[in-house]
Design a protein around this ligand. Structure first.
Ligand SMILES: [Cu+2]
Length: 130
């Protein structure tokens, strides 16, 4: 039963094309919103900071290819929309508690753009790696 429900909600996320009203909840499962462990280990040389408030600020970041990076998000709002951040290409999904800095370590990236979005892909940002 649980598995079927989870699968159905996955399907509904994938097939739901109409954008929900901004400010609505992005999260459909408790699991996805679990507080993640903080980034661990020594900080990589490349560090990026993103403030989350009515979008990602800045929404476009730049980084160097081939070297690990740490992206730190600080969410300054309580909108349900932004309570998770997702790096779709990297399989990363993290909760962003309001007022808490959440650091996400990314492995070295090839040149290109690393997109990130809110839990439902409404808010968009990206790291330009070059
Ligand atoms: Cu959203």
């Amino acid at each position: 039963m649980k598995i079927a429900d989870g699968f159905r909600s996955l399907l509904s996320i994938k097939t739901d094309t109409k954008a929900p009203e901004h400010g609505g909840s992005c999260c459909h499962g408790e699991e996805a919103c679990e507080r993640p462990p903080g980034a661990s280990g020594p900080a990589p040389a490349q560090q990026l900071e993103v403030t989350v408030e009515k979008g990602y600020r800045p929404a476009r970041l730049t980084a160097r290819a081939g070297s690990p990076l740490r992206v730190t998000f600080l969410r300054n709002e309580t909108s349900g929309c932004s309570k998770e951040v997702v790096f779709p290409g990297l399989g990363i999904r993290r909760a962003l508690p309001t007022g808490e800095r959440v650091s996400i370590d990314l492995p070295p990236q090839p040149a290109g753009t690393v997109p990130f979005t809110c839990g439902m892909g409404m808010m968009k940002g990206g790291i330009e790696v070059r």
